[in-house]
Design a protein around this ligand. Sequence first.
Ligand code: GCO
Ligand code: MG
Length: 402
Amino acid sequence: MKIESVQTIVTCPGRNFVTVKVMTDEGVHGLGDATLNGRELAVQAYLDEHVIPCLIGRDPRNLEDIWQYLYRGAYWRRGPVTMTAIAAIDMALWDIKGKLAGMPVYQLLGGRSRWGLMVYGHANGRDHAEAVEAVQRHVEQGYKAIRVQSGVPGLGKVYGVGKGGGHYEPAEKGLPSEEPWDTSLYLRHTPELFRKVRDAVGFGPLLLHDAHHRLTPIEAARLGKALEPFSLFWLEDATPAENQEAFRLIRQHTTTPLAVGEVFNSVWDCKTLISEQLVDYIRATIVHAGGITHVRRIADFAAMYQVRTGFHGATDLSPVCMAAAVNFGLWAPNFGIQELMPHSELTDAVFPHNYRFEDGYLVMDEVPGLGVDIDEALAAKYPYERAYLPVARLADGAMWHW
Ligand code: GCO
Ligand code: MG
């Protein structure tokens, strides 16, 4: 059996997605997500120019060997562009393997450990009152776990808050927009937000919050401590984690559980964080961390230290990645929670898929492969449109972490 051709498909049904389609000489094809928000065409070029030519003629069933070939063979290791490209091919090869076996990918991984993946939805508001209402709406919709973000008085646009208080999509058409940031305003208002949410909905729903890399370690420690009375499920990306040891300080000061890793692309990015038990949830995703083959290694390593998965699942992860995440989560013994930011109807139409939301969980039927496809004719109607994530600046104009 041979890989006959591989195609990269870029489409923008409301936002940009890059998809890889691997075709075999036996007519079976596989799909992989290769979307890297704001850097989409770099991954496409990496695949088209440097990866795909090396794949033609290889046996798609040897996905481990192909993974090692792409990782070791490039000589230049890691990095988001490389690891997203490898992830896309890896996902597509697992999809093919599942179709050949007539089994869902979760069966190939070891079968179901659970019937569904508990997800967390995004409740956000321009102010606390709007955020509380959004939490109540999510409870009514059946969400068991809800991430809460709110506007901060004195700051204009803030990470995690949609324009109309509803759907939030961080990437914007055109060049990067600029957002103001002020940590002291944020730290003053965030504990108050969670007090209001708990007053309104009680302690039943699990609550999460994303600090989006904005805090220094000691500020993160202070926030974690201040949030303890509200019993969060996790505080996410409290401080940038290039320096993994920075989490030691946060950990010494607070029992609020910590999650990190949506920007990680290899197990090396979280080796200290996991082995020193500095975090509770690892958010590395299949699309940005080398595919199912590598994320399985991260998850197994994390399991040894009682760290559970909490995969990134924002709208920039296509339904192909989400289908892979559902397969993975159905199996992973140390699955913790899955982020769910529902895609638009148009995106769902371009990528028909088998997984679905049911009463707070993502479930899927027993279909071969990943259980997702692409409507190429529809995808072709929505060509790439340049879009970027915003950047953040402090009051004096200096760049900050967005
Ligand atoms: C999350 C993330 C996203 C990212 C986005 C960047 O927790 O869902 O922080 O909102 O900002 O995925 O591409
Ligand atoms: Mg996040």
